[in-house]
Design a protein around this ligand. Sequence first.
Ligand SMILES: Nc1ncnc2c1ncn2[C@@H]1O[C@H](COP(=O)(O)OP(=O)(O)OP(=O)(O)O)[C@@H](O)[C@H]1O
Ligand SMILES: [Mg+2]
Length: 292
Amino acid sequence: MGLRSAKTVIEVRNYSFKYASSEKEILRDLNLKFHEREITILIGPTGCGKSTLLKSLIGLIPHMYAGSWSGSVMVDGMSIKDCKISDLALKVGYVFQNPENQIFMFSVERDTAFGLENLGMERTQIRDRVDWAMALMGITNLARKPPHELSDGQKQRAAIAGILAMKPRVLILDEPTSLLDPHTALELIRLIQDLRDQLGITVIMVEHRLDLIARVADRLLVMDNGMIVEDGTPREVFAKDNSSLRNIGIPTITRLYQALNSLGPKGDVPLTVDEVADLIRQKQKKKRSVSA
Ligand SMILES: Nc1ncnc2c1ncn2[C@@H]1O[C@H](COP(=O)(O)OP(=O)(O)OP(=O)(O)O)[C@@H](O)[C@H]1O
Ligand SMILES: [Mg+2]
């Protein structure tokens, strides 16, 4: 069964939004479905509306931001505007771009417990959930540490642990690797992939490091000026000659492929160094057999 036939968890219908202080619509007549277990990456130039869309998927818009909107956003078939933010938090978890906005308690474990305490969950159940989430994120050894003593990568993990403790079905992340070095960024991306594989979580994230992320993404959405201009697998999207792709960083390896294409017939768009190496070998073989 292809992912596209999987269950829809979030649906955006004819949705437009304008902040009270903005002159024009920031999101313009969006129609999107997000499916169970799918990892979706949202990219697009700065100011095009990516974070505004994420905020609309978790109910921060319209509940916390003044503005006007039309259309609807449904989570599990329920309209977001009719749900309480606290009820939505159990279904959809949101990790801010800057973890400083999210972690503020005296210790990592208190922080991980914060959302559950707010829900009034029983203490032993909170203990279990907190231990589970910290273990999953590999930060059990940091349980007693104050957040200000953590590295950026550890803060990022602590922020995600606090969200996972709520056991949401959808995890939404806004540029989760922006503070991380390439190695830690890759670790985090692998971890996100594991969460999908092990827990069946749906992931929606804004992420610019396409060199790292393209290989784990099931779907790539390209946004420009409040609209979705491309929607497909990374291979499908990178194979397009869409001018809005020029402003965003398509993987270096994909660019190399485009250069290779000028030397002979097209193959599948590669997403990794290994795949491009294979492609070069194939082209060499073909060249040899032609000249033999
Ligand atoms: N609270 C707000 N009030 C008014 N306008 C806002 C508000 N937040 C964002 N905007 C405007 O909405 C537009 C889209 O902003 P948004 O943060 O969604 O962009 P983005 O695609 O996430 O950009 P970036 O890649 O820089 O994070 C921008 O023009 C921004 O100035
Ligand atoms: Mg943003």
